[in-house]
Ligand binder design. Sequence first.
Ligand SMILES: [Zn+2]
Ligand SMILES: [Zn+2]
Length: 138
Amino acid sequence: MLTAEWTGGCLSGALRYRAEGEPLLQGFCHCRACQRISGSGHIGFICFPESAVTLQGETRSYSLTGGSGRPATRYFCPTCHSGVFARAEVMPGQINLYAGSLDDLAQFKPQIAIFVRSRPAWDDVSRDLVCYETVPGQ
Ligand SMILES: [Zn+2]
Ligand SMILES: [Zn+2]
């Protein structure tokens, strides 16, 4: 069987990634931080074990307290400032790639939506998915 390969990166091409295998989780995050960073109602995320992801290029990052109340770190390209991925302290050893940065957008198969308590009425993208007010298990 062929191993799935996922590639993508920022707008300028200076920050690239490659992931192998099946994601642990795919979905949309409607938290206020994702909305402000993206300028939209959500960010699509694809969660992989860190060991499955290879990065190429420099990153800039900063940490903010996320919806979980624990720090989440977001990573950007220093050249074009695109947000490309994030790590959350509540999800150790995992990396969330932003779906919009994929080379092949059709690979993204969202299954869940988190932080739908912040989802605006005009954002219909996740209505038919399994929705969580915050995150699963809370
Ligand atoms: Zn860039
Ligand atoms: Zn979010």
